[in-house]
Each structure stands twice: as structure tokens, then as C-alpha cells.
Design a protein around this ligand. Structure first.
Ligand code: FRU
Length: 596
């Protein structure tokens, strides 16, 4: 009897094996299921990719690449169990098929992924997403968070970024890479830095080592990143071919600690002390280190206790010196991203203004919390190293950890903000950070559709802002002669979806309400109203930059910025002005279709 059952079991197993093998062999793969959630996948032909089927709701499986029995990489991949949401390419180009296999652990035998894996020489990167912005940077596919290692060299702006090429949710952090000559048109380049034995590759920065202080070579681009293994440590890699290839330094890690959250190195040259400075996010403070050669680092000081907002972990620091508008003075600004603890929930960017002598940063207004952007989707903001013409250009990740993994896109997830030029301004005895859209964005404008020159009593409707509005446009608005306590406008579409913007002159606030902006149900933390403090003025100037699924509102002089994602079913092509108990004049209103 036992042997009978054994035989039957054996036959069933053999059938299962044959079934899996033959199903997969149709597309050039052999899948051998080993039980306990483990399988071995071999390619039967030389091709560039194994296309892995992904289901975002599935748990992560462990996918290990073995070449000649040696482990080459280990990735966590949400292999499809019940249905396939999309495929991601697993690169096997140039590998000898006879000695290469994928060891996959954590997926049951009847999961659909075994049948849906395929071999291919190509991967279709054509955009399939209605919400994908056009003039904001997005990865071609996969997940992106923080901008990393931004550096300018030889006419090229480099943008590296936190990247998961194995799915559109956070994980497997690599440094993706793109370059641009104008901050708007980006060329996607191969992945720059891949995970290794020290960990995955978390956020960091790059410098140009003009004088070869490191000995890697004159003009080397040197990248600093956090190796996120069991502990977080700081590592470096250098490139001698303008970022096309990076060599990891053999002495990594270069800075260590026993604190758990210890990451996101931003490195810059401090001219007065003739030293490199590294600022690091450590728990809820920032630590400063100095070095003569980029390799050996000495602890200098810590900043943060009792200063600013502490609702969450401090991340992605930056330390820059900026001019104060209308003066010939400069001050230092410490940029501090924190999550959670933003003014409207989740992630946000705060900053401190003060002095820095190469050793210690001193905040000049310890009692005050200052926010860099008053929307919900502005995080991990850092600036370009070595930017030309004395400019300081910042870029943010345009999302929020509250819901970043759930936003309704699949082929890719997350965009960056538009690039913004930074400077300081003084108001009522305080110094604040101003952000204005970088001038390069002006080149996107088509001829303006001019709508202004009228007075609004109660309300006024403006239908059809643009012909064939595809949701890629800018509105420049100048309002004056305001009588009344509240005035504002709603951008809306024919589905009744709308974004409401309001100046409340009594409360001295400008607010933006996205509660009815379109798709909001993917997270109960998404719908929200955000507000920024304003100064009462004779004239109010706004620039609204709209790109499919985002609205960035800049006050005319950059005194406040508000960045919010929105997911309308169709573009907002109508606008309604209204005013409570009074009137105002729309001196000018220009609507520009933007073209890349
Ligand atoms: C900020 C952050 C960084 C970290 C990276 C990991 O968004 O949490 O602190 O380096 O993302 O992807």
C-alpha cells in the first residue's frame, strides 16, 4: 500500500515537474520546483532578459542569481501569485546559460509566475501611464524615491536616484542614473551603483574632486552613499569617465556608527578651512565630519537637539551658502528632511538659517520651524554640487512616505519636482529660503493664452483654459485691488473633480484643497488641505506648474511653494474665481501650454 501511494505520489510529482518544465520551456526557460517554496530557473537560450511577472500585492520572493555556483546578487521581488500586474526585466545578457541559474525562494508551486516568466531580448519601455508627467523626471520603469548624487560636470547635469528596477514599490535600492544639459530633457543611462555585500545603496551625494585630493584621479566624480546592510555605514565610489562607470572604493565603509539611522551623506568643499565636509542624518540630528582627502573622516559636531520639528527621523541633509536677495550678504542654510512629522502629515522639508565655520552649524533662530515647501509632496530635497554660474539648484522627490507606494501608477512610481533655484530673503527680521522654478522651464512655454483684465465680484467662470488640454500647462496669475476677506479659485474638469485654492487674508494663509481632486481612495492619508503663511500685499502673483498628476504653486517671488500630487480622471480645463464679500481684479492671467 505504502509503495502504491509512493508510486502514485512519484508519478504526480513527475507530472507536475514535467508540466512546469514544459510550460516554461515554451518560452525558453526551465523551472524546476524543489518544494518548500523554492525553485530553480534556468535559461535554455542566450537572451538579454528574463521577464519576471510582478503582482504588487504578493509577498516578496528572494531571487538569487548564481553563476558557476557563486552568488552574484540577491533581490526581493514580488513575483506574481494570482495575477500579473506587469513584468520587469532581469538582465542576463552575456551570461553563459549553462552555468547560470536563478534560485527563487518564497513562492508556492501553483503561483502564476512560473508560467508567466519569459525570455526576451527586449523590454517594452513605452509609456503606458496616463498620469506620467512630461516635463518632470520619472524613471522609465520601476520605483524611484530620493534624488541622489546630483552633480554638474563638463556641461552635464547628473541625476542619480533611489531606484528599484525589480518592481514599482520600494526595495532593492540601486542608484539609477540620468543626465541632462538643461535640467529638463533627461537621457536615461544604465544603473550606476548596485547593491553589494555591504548592503543596498541608500541616498547620498557626489562631488568633483578637481584637485585629486583622494588620489582617484583629477576631476574624478566621487559618490558617497549609505551602505544599508544590517547596519548603516557610509561608502564611496569614484568615476573617471563622467559617471558612466563607478568603482567602489576598496576601503569601504569609510564612516561607521552604532546608531541605527545613520545615513544620506552630503559632501561639499569648504573653502575657508580647505577641507571636505560631510553632513549626515543620524536619528533626529545631523552630524558633521571633515576630511582632507575624502577617505578619512573626523567627527566635528552635531546639530539638532531642541531645534525645529522632531516628529520623525531626520534624513537627507544639505548645507549650502546662499545670497540674501537685495543685499551683498550670505548665510548658511541647513536643509533637513524629516519623516514623519511634516506640517500636513508624513514627509516634509524643513530648513535652518545660520552660520557655519567648517566645524559647527549655529541656527540663528532656534525657536522657529521653517518649511521649504507647504505641500505634501516635496521630500528628500537636496541641491546640485558644482552647479554653474554660482547657482544653487534644488530637486525634491515629489511624493510622501504616507502613500508613495500606493499612488495609482504601475509601470513606474514617483516623479521629481521641477528644478528650483534657491536664494534667501528677509522679512520682519527673519531670513527665509525662497524657491523659484529654474529659468530653463520658461523654454517649455508656448504662446500665452491671455485671459486677464477683469474684475471679479462674487464669482467668475473661465471655461476651456486651453484647446486640447492634455494637463501639461502653466498658469501665471496677477491679482490686485482685493476687497474682502477671502478670495481664490478652483481648477476643475467636466467630471466635477477640482482643486480649490484660497487666499484667506484674515488668517494670512494661502491654501490648496485636493479632497475632490480625482482619485484619492488609494490611501486614506492622501486627501488633504495644505496651507502656507502669506504676507498681506497690494498684489498677489502666482505661478502654477501643472503636469498630468502634480501641481506646484510658486508665489511670484518664491516666498512660498506648495507641491501637491493630484490624480484627476481628465485634465482640469476650467477655472472659477470667487471672492467672499468684496471684489478683486485679475490684472493678468496667462495660460501656457507646455511642450518638451
Ligand atoms: C528618504 C530615505 C533616505 C534613505 C532612502 C532609502 O526618503 O528614507 O533616508 O537613504 O530613503 O531609499
Amino acid at each position: 500500500m505504502k509503495t502504491q501511494i509512493g508510486k502514485i505520489g512519484g508519478i504526480v510529482l513527475l507530472l507536475c515537474f514535467m508540466c512546469l518544465t514544459s510550460l516554461a520551456e515554451g518560452v525558453g526557460l526551465r523551472v524546476t520546483y524543489l518544494g518548500n517554496g523554492q525553485a530553480i530557473v534556468r535559461s535554455l537560450q542566450e537572451k538579454n532578459y528574463i521577464l519576471l511577472p510582478i503582482e504588487e500585492k504578493a509577498n516578496e520572493a528572494k531571487v538569487t542569481l548564481l553563476v558557476k555556483n557563486q552568488m552574484v546578487s540577491v533581490m526581493n521581488v514580488r513575483l506574481a501569485v494570482d495575477k500579473v500586474d506587469y513584468w520587469v526585466p532581469y538582465d542576463i545578457a552575456g551570461l553563459d546559460v549553462a552555468s547560470t541559474l536563478l534560485d527563487i525562494q518564497g513562492v508556492k508551486e501553483d503561483a502564476v509566475c512560473w508560467k508567466e516568466m519569459k525570455l526576451s531580448d527586449s523590454f517594452d519601455k513605452q509609456n503606458r501611464e496616463k498620469y506620467r508627467p512630461v516635463y518632470h523626471f520619472t524613471p522609465e520603469y520601476g520605483w524611484m524615491n530620493d534624488p541622489n548624487g546630483m552633480v554638474y560636470k563638463d556641461g552635464e547635469y547628473h541625476l542619480f536616484y533611489q531606484y528599484n528596477p525589480y518592481g514599482s514599490m520600494w526595495g532593492n535600492m540601486h542608484w539609477g542614473h540620468a543626465t541632462s544639459k538643461d535640467l529638463i530633457h533627461w537621457e536615461h543611462l544604465p544603473i550606476a551603483i548596485v547593491p553589494d555585500g555591504l548592503g543596498t545603496i541608500f541616498s547620498g551625494s557626489c562631488v568633483v574632486d578637481e584637485n585629486n585630493t583622494s588620489g582617484f584621479g583629477k576631476g574624478a566624480i566621487v559618490a558617497f552613499y549609505t551602505s544599508a546592510g544590517r547596519s548603516q555605514t557610509q561608502s564611496m565610489a569614484y568615476s573617471l569617465d563622467n559617471g558612466r562607470t563607478f568603482h567602489k572604493y576598496s576601503g569601504n565603509p569609510v564612516v561607521t556608527s552604532n546608531v541605527r539611522d545613520f545615513r544620506d551623506p552630503k559632501v561639499f568643499w569648504h573653502e575657508d578651512t580647505k577641507k571636505w565636509v560631510m553632513i549626515l542624518a543620524v536619528g533626529q540630528e545631523m552630524q558633521l565630519y571633515s576630511s582632507p582627502n575624502l577617505k578619512e573622516w573626523t567627527y566635528e559636531s552635531s546639530f539638532g537637539e531642541g531645534q525645529g520639528a522632531h516628529g520623525g527621523v531626520w534624513e537627507c541633509p544639505d548645507l549650502i551658502q546662499l545670497p540674501i536677495k537685495g543685499t551683498d550678504r550670505k548665510k548658511w542654510v541647513l536643509i533637513c528632511n524629516l519623516n514623519p512629522g511634516g506640517p500636513f502629515g508624513g514627509s516634509a522639508t524643513q530648513y535652518f538659517v545660520g552660520k557655519f565655520d567648517g566645524h559647527r552649524f549655529v541656527n540663528e533662530s532656534p525657536g522657529k520651524t521653517k518649511w521649504m515647501d507647504f505641500g505634501r509632496d516635496h521630500y528628500a530635497t537636496v541641491t546640485w554640487s558644482n552647479a554653474p554660474s554660482g547657482r544653487t539648484i534644488a530637486l525634491a522627490w515629489m511624493s510622501n512616505w504616507d502613500y508613495a507606494n500606493q499612488v495609482p501608477t504601475m509601470q513606474y512610481r514617483s516623479a521629481n519636482s521641477v528644478p528650483r533655484d534657491l536664494f534667501l530673503y528677509e522679512q520682519d527680521g527673519e531670513t527665509y529660503l525662497a524657491s523659484v522654478p529654474s529659468d530653463e522651464l520658461l523654454t517649455l512655454r508656448n504662446k500665452p493664452v491671455k485671459k486677464g483684465g477683469f474684475k471679479v465680484n462674487k464669482s467668475r467662470e473661465m471655461k476651456n483654459l486651453l484647446k486640447n488640454n492634455e494637463g501639461i500647462y502653466e498658469i501665471e496669475l496677477k491679482v490686485e485691488d482685493v476687497q474682502g476677506k477671502k478670495f481664490g479659485f478652483q481648477l476643475y474638469n467636466s467630471k466635477g473633480e477640482q482643486v480649490s485654492c484660497l487666499f484667506d487674508l484674515e488668517k494670512k494663509l494661502f491654501s490648496m484643497d485636493r479632497n475632490q481632486s480625482g482619485e484619492t481612495s488609494f490611501s486614506d492619508r492622501f486627501a488633504s488641505v495644505t496651507s502656507a503663511p502669506i504676507k498681506i500685499q497690494d498684489k498677489y502673483v502666482l505661478r502654477l506648474l501643472i503636469d498630468k498628476s502634480s501641481i506646484e504653486i510658486f508665489e511670484g517671488d518664491g516666498r512660498f511653494v506648495m507641491t501637491n500630487l493630484v490624480f484627476p480622471d481628465e485634465p482640469y480645463n476650467h477655472l472659477r474665481f470667487d471672492v467672499e464679500g468684496g471684489s478683486f481684479k485679475v490684472e493678468s492671467m496667462n495660460v501656457y501650454k507646455l511642450n518638451k
